[in-house]
Every structure is written in C-alpha cells, then in structure tokens.
Design a protein around this ligand. Structure first.
Ligand SMILES: *Cc1c(COP(=O)(O)O)cnc(C)c1O
Length: 383
C-alpha cells in the first residue's frame, strides 16, 4: 500500500531522541525551550509555546484570548474537527464560513456576507480560525481587513502549513493574526510524534499560554497575590491543563526542522508533477493562491463526475493506493448536527465532500511510487 502520507525519520532524528533518553530531563526542560526558539526564529514570530498536540495548542489559544460561554468562534467546515472543538472546550459556540471552491479555504466573500448578517443580528464572533487547508495559505490579509473593524481575534490553524509562505512571510509569522497553530503529528510536514505549537508576537498571550499548558501555575513573584512563602513557592492563578511536550519530542522536532526546506521543496516538486501527469483527466486539480507557496501537506483531486466518487475511491484502495478524504464537513458530524447544523448549511463545502480524494503525497515518495498512483487513477477512467 502506498500511504497518503508518511513521516521521514533519519538516523540523525533517532540519535537526537536517544541522546535525550540518556540525559537528566525527559519532560519539558531546556530542549523544549530550544525547540520553541528554533521554530519561532524560523517563521519570524517572537514566541513559540510547545505543547503535546495542535489540539491542545488550539485549546490554550482560545482560553488565552478569553473565549468562554456565550462567545462565538467561526472556522471553516472543511477542516479536522479540532479547529471547531477548541471553542466547545471553553464553553463557546461554533459557526462556520463556507469555503472557496478553488483553494478549499475559508472564502473571504462568504466571510464578508456573514459578518454583515452577524452584525445585524448582534451575534458577531469573538475569534475566527482560518485553516490553511492542504498547506495552502488562507487569504489572511483580506480576512484580517474584514474582521479587524469588529475587534475579532484571529487564530490561524496552520497544522498543514509548516514551511509554507504568504506575501513574502513564512506561515507562523502572525503578521495578520494573533496566534498561529502548528501540528507535528507524523502525517504533517515535520513531526514530534504527537506535538504542536502556538506562535505569537504578543508577550502577554505567550505568558498566558505557557501557564495554561501547565496547570495555570506561575513561579513569577510579580504575578502572585503575595510575596512567595519561600524558595519552593508557586501559585496557581488560572485553571490550566497538563499539555507539556517532552524533551524527546522537542529533540526530534529540532532535528526534523533542519530538513523542513527539503521536505517542502520535495512536496512542491511532486505536486507539480501531479499537476502535469493528471492534467488530461476529468478532475479538478488544486488551485493556488497568488502570492503564497503551499507546504503541500495534501494533494486533493476532485472528480468532475461525483457519482463515481465511492467507486473510484474503492478501486484505488483495491489497487494498493492509500487514498483518503480530508475532510467530512465538520458541521455534518453527529455532534455538530445535534447542535443544530444540517445538510445544505454550507453548500460549497458539501459539494467538495462529494468529489474530493486525497492522493498520496509525502517527502519520501519516489517518482516510481507517484507513477503507480497516476496509472491507477488513469485506469479508473478508461472504459
Ligand atoms: C492535524 C490537525 C489538527 C490537530 O492536530 P494534532 O496535533 O493531531 O492535535 C488540527 N487542525 C488541523 C487542520 C489538522 O489537520
């Protein structure tokens, strides 16, 4: 089976992890701090807060921005459920903004229209979470221009987009947002096994997120209600969680980061090769956003004839091609249906779901692997 995604682990990665196992710290320590600094420097953000998953990063980002009961968060319906669930963790409500059919990202026109309606209804969101679907940047500057007049905060879910860029800036620079989230799950661009990071340029948000990842505890006397009782003293001043990253994960992350450009270059080269090899088939190939370079976490083709979706998907799997579907529209998940969402709410996202197939793409993929994928897809269209 050729998988849709796969990590690339080198001997250098293995050695980095083994070295930590023989050292003094296993849980969060100096290597986590070094990983945070390395990622922040790499993407041009001031602060990085490493955690045990992107899901945790989304949670502490929402909490740090003060999202809570009665508040509203908007995201894209074509994303992993975590982009929406983060609002529910803090007791807030979720709504969605339909996608642009070419980029699969939150559509700025749909956003503008929805903001007008929300303004009239007196129900504006507090936070918006644009998702860099497949690694392709959202139109973040346009989104920021639309939401800033209302004081709405932006969390970029860049789980797919580590190593991508937008308008001359690396994704993660937070040039147009308050916080950017990365995932280091093995199928993503670089991995720490499980892991994530929240990037920000705001010192106060960074400090709050650091506390929230470790129980809401501080050792900073200036934040305490009174002088420390002694050198052992700490105070819990917020309600946080244990979302810490381990030193092994951070060491793996630092080592993986040295190959980030290589990974993203390879993914882009393979994507361009797919563009050429699939051009004559009855498929819609992924569009590109002008001024952006995708990290190409995923390569999604859409069938012109959606009636063959299931049959083609099954034929490819039977042929040993590990195709997948990213994603089932979040609003159609039973949990969200129970909150009142229904078929027809976000028609562009639902049409995408009828046609989309993620075909294999990972940095270790050979051209021979890719040719097998292309031949298999081609054979499903030959009578
Ligand atoms: C993978 C992913 C997440 C969650 O990442 P974890 O690190 O597995 O928690 C969140 N959002 C998107 C868009 C993702 O693809």
């Amino acid at each position: 089976m050729i998988p849709y995604g796969r990590q690339s682990i080198s001997q250098q990665d293995v050695d980095a992890v083994v070295e930590i196992l023989n050292s003094d710290f296993l849980t969060q320590g100096p290597v986590v701090a070094r990983f945070e600094q390395s990622v922040a420097d790499r993407v041009g953000a001031r602060y990085g807060v490493a955690v045990n998953s992107a899901t945790s990063a989304l949670h502490i980002a929402c909490a740090a921005l003060g999202l809570g009961p009665g508040d509203l968060l908007w995201t894209s319906p074509i994303t992993f459920v975590a982009s929406a669930n983060c609002a529910r963790y803090v007791g807030a409500d979720v709504d969605f903004v339909d996608i642009d059919p070419d980029t699969f990202n939150m559509c700025p026109k749909a956003l503008a229209a929805k903001l007008e309606q929300a303004k009239s209804a007196g129900r504006l969101p507090k936070i918006i979470v644009p998702v860099h679907m497949c690694g392709q940047s959202t139109a973040t500057r346009e989104i920021a221009e639309l939401v800033h007049p209302y004081g709405i905060r932006i969390i970029e879910d860049a789980s797919h987009a580590v190593g991508g860029s937008y308008l001359g800036q690396p994704i993660g620079s937070c040039r147009y947002s308050d916080i950017t989230i990365f995932s280091f799950h093995p199928v993503k661009i670089i991995t720490t096994a499980e892991g994530g990071m929240a990037l920000t340029n705001d010192a106060e948000l960074a400090a709050r997120m650091e506390r929230l990842r470790s129980h809401g505890i501080t050792r900073d006397p200036s934040l305490m209600t009174h002088e420390p009782d002694g050198p052992w003293y700490y105070q819990q001043i917020d309600l946080g969680w244990n979302y810490r990253m381990t030193e092994m994960q951070a060491a793996l992350g630092i080592s993986q980061l040295t190959r980030l450009s290589e990974f993203v270059d390879r993914r882009n080269a393979l994507a361009e090769r797919y563009d050429a090899l699939l051009a004559d088939l009855p498929l819609h190939l992924p569009g590109r956003l002008e001024g952006a370079r995708s990290a190409f976490h995923l390569y999604v083709v859409r069938l012109q004839d959606e009636t063959r979706h299931c049959a083609i998907f099954e034929a490819l799997r039977a042929d040993g091609i590990g195709v997948n579907l990213h994603y089932i529209p979040v609003h159609l998940q039973p949990y969200y249906r129970d909150l009142g969402f229904a078929d027809g709410d976000f028609p562009i996202a639902e049409d995408y779901y009828e046609r989309a197939i993620s075909i294999p793409l990972y940095s270790g993929m050979t051209e021979a692997d890719q040719n097998l994928v292309v031949e298999s897809i081609r054979s499903t269209f030959v009578p």
